[in-house]
Design a protein around this ligand. Structure first.
Ligand SMILES: [Zn+2]
Length: 145
């Protein structure tokens, strides 16, 4: 289905009815509902997530991309734009699980919700702790560095 020669274009979650977009948008909406039910910190970043999803500001790129010397799987702006990678890279095709993608998007939403800048070890730890606390015991998630 996916060939290395023809990379799929980035798409906006929920902006049009592609099956890939719909699957992710549905999964994300379910995460928003779960986070809101938990309240507090979880609800705070769920609100950001919901707003970004509803206004078409979550963009799924086909692969990870470079920011300076670093390979990024997601990034966000304070205005609510979230970019996230679906796969790892076109040559070494590594598919990220749906859970990996959701986790990345939640991570970025937490950066936005709590105005925590990215790129430093302690700020990343802070975001990972908050998001980790909001992902219940029953949720299986990928390893977070
Ligand atoms: Zn981060």
């Amino acid at each position: 289905m996916l060939t290395a020669a023809a990379a799929p274009p980035p798409f906006c979650l929920g902006c049009y009815g592609s099956p890939a977009s719909d699957e992710l948008a549905r999964a994300l909406a379910a995460r928003v509902a779960d986070l809101k039910a938990r309240g507090g910190v979880c609800e705070a970043y769920a609100t950001v997530l919901e707003g970004s999803l509803a206004t078409g500001r979550i963009v799924v790129r086909p692969f990870m991309w470079r920011i300076g010397t670093r390979l990024a799987s997601a990034q966000a702006t304070s205005t609510g734009e979230i970019d996230v990678a679906r796969e790892i890279d076109p040559l070494n095709i590594g598919v990220r699980s749906l859970e990996d993608v959701l986790h990345s998007v939640e991570h970025e939403a937490a950066h936005i919700a709590f105005a925590i800048p990215s790129g430093q070890e302690w700020t990343e730890t802070l975001v990972n702790e908050r998001v980790g606390a909001c992902r219940g015991r029953s949720q299986r998630v990928g390893a977070v560095p």
